[in-house]
Design a binder for this molecule. Structure first.
Ligand SMILES: [Zn+2]
Length: 496
């Protein structure tokens, strides 16, 4: 056992270094790298992927994990979780043929570029073949990784959110479909308030938006000695340790709110990882418990804090100072109503809180159908429009605003989207628990978001990956997951 532990720890140290440089190169691709360098990068990635594979598949390392997995009970609790996860990851190496796995890694390393060009040109056909290959591999992957309890799409869902399969998600989305689709219709049918046209028609220069994003970093106490803010086509957070957690945002000069809420959203993700216990930095337990828990933190910061009245009572003045011409004579009431209006929309990341989960439900149903073989990639744009009409009530006129809008499938992330809706639902339950301990509005008004950060650190963040999503929800709220907190929150906020 001692020998096995030592072998595991030695290899972990080496693999962490590979992971770090892989992470750094990935960050560079998305933020700085010139387009023309892609082919060269892909060649380098192929070599590195082979090197890493050779390490991960070394017999003594695999044997060590197997030995430790057989004696899980004797390990200390943190190592026990690591070995459980390592054994799960090892199945990828043991059950999937090496040449197929490497070919797939090369495919997805270049696919986001193919996707970006197809999106720019509104040309689904240019992405179709790549997406077909991604789906084909994932359908094979499902067969390779199936267990007695996980079948089909379950296998992929479980990779992103342990313990959530088709049965669980079907129940969750059925609840949302029953409660929210008619409620959304009721809200949309109610008389609409109108807002000053200038909010939408003014031009908001990028450099000023950047100034305000930097202001937001200070308000939320995002630690700039351990993180940076850059721009990318699709905002994201990328962290490797509590000491290095970076974010991006996206500046749209015709839209004042897009970068504000992207920046706050990504800060929510980043503060989570920055507040992980530093003891996890050099282990495999750094990061979020799951994608759903991760998204719960970004949504809590973005929607429950960032769109609250207390927040804008406190910070609207600073926004007006940044855009004095554009926001002249626009009242706080108008701005506050404008950022919280619910409307039928096409773009998920721009969607309001009320309809957001319905955008996700569209993707869930499409993925499920593609993995089950009931939907061909070539039929995807048509089916996308159909479901958008049915749930959100608005159909895109082109694929750029439809099926090509998200980067995820180009990364090979199938089974990822449903965690977004789950995250919003977790957030409502966690916020409810936090509101029992703290006067959240008062803390926001007195610029003490650090106290909110500290509560979340204690109840959620510090554990990194050492607890499962179910354990985190239980620890933070004292109850198992219950989607009714989410539906209640939405109905209270948006009831006409
Ligand atoms: Zn997010």
């Amino acid at each position: 056992m001692e020998q096995a532990i030592q072998t595991y720890l030695d290899m972990r140290k080496r693999l962490k270094a590979y992971e770090y440089f892989d992470w750094l190169a990935g960050w560079d691709r998305e933020t700085e790298a010139p387009k023309g360098s892609q082919a060269y990068y892909s060649k380098m990635v192929e070599v590195m992927a082979l090197e890493r594979y050779a390490l991960e598949s070394q017999a003594d390392y695999m044997n060590a994990i197997e030995t430790l997995y057989e004696h899980l009970d004797t390990l200390d609790p943190d190592l026990r979780v690591e070995i459980k996860n390592a054994n799960k990851a090892l199945r990828m190496i043991k059950c999937v043929p090496k040449d197929e796995l490497i070919a797939y890694q090369v495919l997805v390393s270049g696919a986001s570029n193919v996707w970006a060009q197809a999106k720019d040109n509104d040309d689904f056909a240019a992405f179709e073949k790549t997406l077909e290959q991604v789906i084909a591999f994932n359908r094979k992957l499902v067969k390779y990784l199936e267990t007695d309890t996980l079948k089909g799409y379950d296998v992929l869902l479980d990779l992103y959110e342990e313990g959530m399969g088709v049965k669980d998600y079907d129940a969750f989305f059925d609840h949302l479909r029953t409660e929210l689709v008619p409620f959304v219709k009721e809200v949309m049918d109610a008389p609409k308030k109108t807002y000053p046209r200038r909010l939408k028609s003014a031009r908001y220069p990028k450099d000023l938006q950047h100034t305000f994003s930097m202001y937001l970093l200070d308000v939320f106490k995002y630690d700039q000695s351990h993180g940076v803010l850059k721009t990318s086509a699709h905002p994201f957070t990328s962290g490797v340790a509590s000491v290095d957690t970076r974010i991006t945002t996206h500046y749209d000069e015709t839209n004042i709110t897009s970068s504000i809420f992207s920046t706050i959203h990504e800060m929510g993700h980043a503060i989570y990882e920055m507040q992980n216990d530093p003891k996890y930095d050099e282990t495999n337990l750094h990061g979020g418990s799951s994608l759903g828990i991760h998204e719960s933190q970004s949504r809590l910061y973005e929607n429950m804090i960032g769109r609250s009245r207390a927040f804008w009572d406190t910070h609207y003045g600073a926004l007006v100072n940044t855009f004095p011409k554009q926001l002249k004579n626009i009242s706080l009431d108008d701005f506050f109503g404008y950022i919280n209006q619910a409307k039928r929309s096409l773009i998920r990341i721009e969607a309001d809180e009320l309809t957001y989960a319905l955008h996700v439900m569209v993707r869930y149903e499409l993925e499920k159908a593609m993995i089950n073989g009931r939907l061909k990639v070539s039929d995807l744009p048509k089916k996308w429009r159909l479901l958008m009409g049915r749930y959100v009530g608005k159909r895109p006129a082109n694929d750029k605003e439809g099926v090509l809008q998200d980067i995820h499938w180009s990364f090979g992330s199938i089974g990822y989207f449903p965690t977004y809706a789950l995250g919003s639902a977790y957030a409502a339950q966690i916020y409810d628990a936090m509101a029992k301990d703290l006067d959240i509005d008062q803390l926001i008004r007195t610029n003490q978001i650090s106290v909110i950060n500290a509560w979340l650190k204690d109840h959620v963040h510090r554990f990194g990956q050492s607890k499962t999503p179910k354990e985190i929800i239980m620890h933070a709220t004292g109850k198992p997951f219950d989607p009714s907190y989410y539906v209640t929150y939405l109905k209270d906020k948006f009831r006409p």
